[in-house]
Design a protein around this ligand. Sequence first.
Ligand code: AMP
Length: 280
Amino acid sequence: MNIITSLSEMQSTAESLRNQGKRIGFVPTMGFLHEGHLSLMRASRKECDVTVVSIFVNPTQFGPQEDLDRYPRDAEGDRKKCESAGADILFMPGAKEMYPEKPTVFVTVEGVSDILEGAVRPGHFRGVATVVAKLFNIVKPHIAYFGRKDFQQCVVIKRMVTGLNMDVEVSVLPTVREPDGLAMSSRNAYLNADERRAAAVLSRALSAGEELINAGVREAEKVRAKMRAVLLQEKGIVIDYAEVADPETLAPVEIVNNGKVLLVAARLGKIRLIDNLLLV
Ligand code: AMP
């Protein structure tokens, strides 16, 4: 596995791979890798000739009160995991090279960036869209792989790609979970034993919402109320939202039928967790 830290070297490597007719698969991450990340790498390995994984903890997607400095890091462990998942190139750019000066150029995806996560984390999706656009220009992928775990992020990225006519295919893969249902996340490492046990309530709330719908309930408000009630079974939890939305626009819906998405976000202690369930 080749490790690249320089932007120009990554760009020229990508260019020469393209000239050789190789298909480039790209998995952008913030590191502290787990099975969710590895599932994206394996998909890329299967579908592309070369798999590039980036690790970059992007400062512009963190708010001033958020956990940028505390975000977990493990460069050596990550390198081994990438290697064992069959990544060909690990791209680890430095923050100074990605942002040599205070950024003045941004990608804003209006509408879907301001609701749900965007309402709680103003500016977050502008930071995400901007860094992903920059990474696409550096890595030049044919296919980029994202996890459904971050449902709203996938919507933002797809809209960016369509809206700016980027020549990249966006592939969204299912959420990888712990045995008790908790969606894997780098931030789970910060849950204490009590919080870790309680954290499974997010996926239980989604399942309870789904059960209600499967039982024939069509009023979204009842599904929201059910998900909130299940979340509140864990004392000390603070709910940010429990929503039933249209998966394309993320607008809340009143009537639930197939093809909607359930989304929850809650805080346990200092840790914020999100999860979602796409109804088929
Ligand atoms: P992150 O390092 O958290 O920015 O995530 C990098 C990529 O991995 C994003 O596309 C995430 O959606 C994806 N990802 C994170 N957690 C999971 C998971 N549990 N299952 C599948 N994909 C995930």
